[in-house]
Design a protein around this ligand. Structure first.
Ligand code: AMP
Length: 217
């Protein structure tokens, strides 16, 4: 049976950082809907143009577009043993579509670690975040600074601030999370698949808690 893990939590809680570490440790592909959209924007595809208009405002890209993109990604051979999903699903219809899609592959959502932190922590994390151009590695100017300012420690590429990490958009993204994505917490809790993780800790401690929660399930 393949293993599918959904990392749930508000923007800025550290899902992307943890997903990269966990994917490597568990040997699963890291499937990030945000990274897939940014890849499409970089390559100037039609999908990228459409997604950008929503992303710049801090709104969600429509479900049908997002689900189609994830379906295509999960259909690639590297996801046969499972995947670590980061940023998808973000709405109940997306979660239902994911169940149907995984059933086609003989799988299901096995674990849902839910990483939490107070809103003030999220805003500070997002507005101080720097992302690498080449692979999306994530740094923070105070909590996790790169060795050389502006340069990714891991691949030497340029670090940039995402357009949607600016203050006004950050506030909207957090609002959108609470109205549209937070209902997924109860959705997965009822199914007994949720583990709560305190995201307001240093990176290593969050990783240790995540690994312990995954072993327990
Ligand atoms: P992220 O990198 O996960 O913070 O996502 C950045 C932006 O991409 C979000 O603010 C949305 O505009 C869009 N996005 C990412 N994932 C989804 C999703 N599952 N559904 C709709 N929009 C998404």
């Amino acid at each position: 049976m393949p293993t599918f893990i959904v990392l749930l939590g508000p923007p800025g809680v550290g899902k992307g950082t943890q997903a990269k570490i966990l994917a490597e440790t568990l040997g699963l592909p890291h499937v990030s809907s945000g990274d897939l959209f940014r890849e499409n924007i970089k390559n100037q595809t039609e999908l990228g143009q459409l997604a950008q208009s929503f992303m710049n405002k801090g709104e969600l890209v429509p479900d049908d577009v997002t689900i189609g993109m994830i379906r295509a990604r999960l259909s690639l051979p590297d996801c046969r043993q499972g995947a670590l999903l980061d940023g998808f699903p973000r709405t109940i219809p997306q979660a239902e579509a994911l169940e149907r899609l995984l059933a086609e592959f003989g799988g299901r959502v096995n674990h849902v670690p839910y990483i939490t932190a107070d809103e003030s922590v999220l805003i500070a994390r997002l507005t101080g975040r720097w992302t690498c151009r080449a692979h999306g590695h994530i740094f923070h100017e105070k909590n996790n600074p790169p060795k050389i300012p502006g340069i990714c420690d891991l691949d030497g590429s340029e670090l940039y601030q995402r357009d949607d990490d600016k203050n006004e958009t950050v506030v909207r993204r957090i609002q959108v999370y609470f109205t549209q994505t937070a209902p997924l917490v109860e959705y997965y809790r009822k199914q007994g698949r949720l583990s709560e993780i305190n995201g307001a800790q240093p990176i290593d401690s969050v990783t240790a808690d995540l690994m312990a929660a995954l072993k327990n399930k």
